[in-house]
Design a protein around this ligand. Structure first.
Ligand SMILES: [Zn+2]
Length: 297
């Protein structure tokens, strides 16, 4: 074992992410209404996005014998490398158009984007207690589109009663077993999730993890959708397309994309038309597909 090994983690439960809101008054103006989706900005530039804790030693971690190369299993983390394959699970084709209108929520010291390991699936659970009718199909489509572009293989672990919280524990063995907690997708309300206050319709982000101040990778995340606002959108002509755009925008944050200044991109903080992922979004997601595999976490 490596006696120097330490577990380093983000300020616990910190999330990268941003929030979306829809200008409801604009939406209700008519059939051809332009729905502006704006970022609240409340996490934009938030130091929680980039600040990592210094190493925290794990004195109680299981000890290994000399020559045993098994990584130490920190007490607040699952065994490393679960479901981790030797190579990425998918190889998404390069986008047909090169476009640099993308940004990442976090990068490593060498400038590479922080992403999820492409060599393991990303499990997710849905708190669908208040999910609007028909939203399942939209979520499935949103996940499929992000998967196709990023290579991330999402696995549906079903429903959960876990409620969204501001500081989610990324490792919950009593609830989800000895693994990183799955991505939590919650249908919720501003009362239960205060970040959805006012016109914010969705929030999303992920938690970074690293060892010995090494490269960071996301290990789990969460995504919250404002049920009342989404129901209002779905009741409007063409509203489903906007809901799909919101889901994809938030999933973009979950897998590592930040906002850009290019209004053509889905990751632009205002969406005039729900045209889906554009060239910059696709190029950014394709780069995230090249994030390092992580047998060590
Ligand atoms: Zn956003």
């Amino acid at each position: 074992m490596d006696p120097e090994r330490e577990a380093t983690r983000a300020p616990k439960h910190r999330r990268n992410g941003t929030a979306l809101r829809v200008l409801r008054g604009v939406l209700m103006a008519g059939i051809a209404a332009v729905v502006a989706i704006l970022v609240s900005g409340y996490l934009q530039g938030d130091p929680r996005i980039t600040a990592l804790f210094p190493g925290v030693s794990v004195p109680g971690a299981p000890q290994k014998g000399p020559g045993d190369t098994e990584p130490v299993h920190p007490l607040d983390a699952p065994p490393p490398g679960l479901e981790e394959a030797d190579t990425p699970l998918a190889s998404p084709p390069a986008p047909g158009t090169t476009n640099d209108s993308y940004k990442f929520l976090a990068t490593n010291d060498d400038g590479t984007p922080v992403g999820y390991s492409p060599c393991r699936p990303l499990h997710y659970v849905v708190n669908n207690a208040t999910a609007p009718a028909g939203s399942d199909a939209l979520l499935t489509t949103a996940l499929a589109n992000i998967s196709a572009a990023s290579g991330i293989q999402f696995i549906n672990d079903g429903t959960t009663d876990e409620l969204p919280v501001d500081k989610r524990e990324p490792y919950q063995p009593a609830k989800y077993g000895d693994r990183w907690a799955p991505l939590l997708i919650s249908w919720t309300t501003p009362e239960a999730a205060p970040a959805l206050a006012e016109n914010v319709i969705g929030t999303g982000g992920s938690t970074m993890y690293s060892l010995n101040k090494g490269p960071k990778s996301y290990i789990t995340g969460s995504l919250e959708l404002d049920t009342p606002q989404v129901m209002e959108l779905l009741a409007s002509p063409g509203g489903a397309d906007y809901v799909l755009a919101v889901m994809q925008h938030e999933l973009g944050h979950v897998v590592g994309l930040d906002h850009v200044d290019d209004p053509i991109q889905l990751m632009y903080p205002e969406i005039g038309a729900p045209d889906g992922l554009a060239a910059g979004d696709l190029n950014g997601l394709h780069l995230l597909a090249s994030a390092p595999c992580r047998k060590d976490i």
